[in-house]
Design a protein around this ligand. Sequence first.
Ligand code: ZN
Ligand code: ZN
Length: 126
Amino acid sequence: MNSYQLGIWIRKLIEEDKLYQFYKSEEWLVLKKEVMKEQHYECQECLKEGILTTRCDEQEDTKKKLTVHHIQYVKNYPELALSKFYYYKKIKYRNLIVVCFDCHNKLHKRFNYKVYHKKQLNQERW
Ligand SMILES: [Zn+2]
Ligand SMILES: [Zn+2]
């Protein structure tokens, strides 16, 4: 599957609200494992902060708390869903990073903050 076909497939899944099928696909699972290994099962966000607490000693328990995050969101850039890197102005960036559960939540909340906040306000009003 090339990236063009990948884009078509994922857009269709999004439309049908079945994006979970991508996360269950063989291609993604293999890639995810690879990225985890390459990045030594360490949360890249915690690493930035100099925190090594989430470093995985390869115990199943810790592994479960780690996941691979798309810098370029799958929903926005489905063609990049299986790419480890992307290019912006001819500079190569990592597209896939290992993150722990907490950092992953933070990454997504930061992005959804406005929507999330709005919802909260509305709920309060009611
Ligand atoms: Zn982390
Ligand atoms: Zn993510």
